[in-house]
Design a binder for this molecule. Sequence first.
Ligand code: NI
Length: 170
Amino acid sequence: MTLLDIITYPDKRLRRKAAPVETVDDEVRQIIADMAETMYAAPGMGLASVQVGIDKRIIIYDISGPEDNPKLEVLVNPEIVESEGAQLSESEGCLSVPDFRSDVNRFERVKVEALDRDGQPVEIDTDGLHAIVLQHEIDHLDGVLFIDKISALKREMYKRKVKKALKKNS
Ligand code: NI
C-alpha cells in the first residue's frame, strides 16, 4: 500500500470533476486501499479520489466513533438521487482545507446510489452525520469544497489566511 499526497486548497486540481469508473477492477481496489491508508494516517473521516489527484469517482469514509471498530465505507460512482430537509453541519472541516472549520448548511437526509468495492449496486438512505459526510465527499467529485457553501465573509477570511501563509513560505 502507498500513502498518497493530499492536495490542498488553492490547488486547481481540487476543482476538477472526476470521471465515472467504468469497471471496478483490481486497479480500482488498489486505489481504494491506498486511499484508505492515506485517510486513516491523516487522520480523516472521509476522502475523495479528487483529493489525491485521481480522476475517478471514488469516495471512502469511516464515521465509526473512537470506541468502535473501524468501519471503512467505499462508494464508487456515488450519486445523490434524493435529498430533503436541512441541518447545520457544525464545524465542518476537510483534509484539503487545513486549519479551518466552519458551520455549513446541509440536507438532513439523502439517498445515494453507488457501486460497492465489488462493483455491486448499493443504495444508502441516511441522515445526520452520515448524510453530511456523503454530501461533503460527493461534492469533492464535482470540484466543490465546503468553503464554497459558507458565507462570503468567512470564505474571504480563509482565503486571506492562505495567501498570507503562501507568501510566508515562498
Ligand atoms: Ni473534504
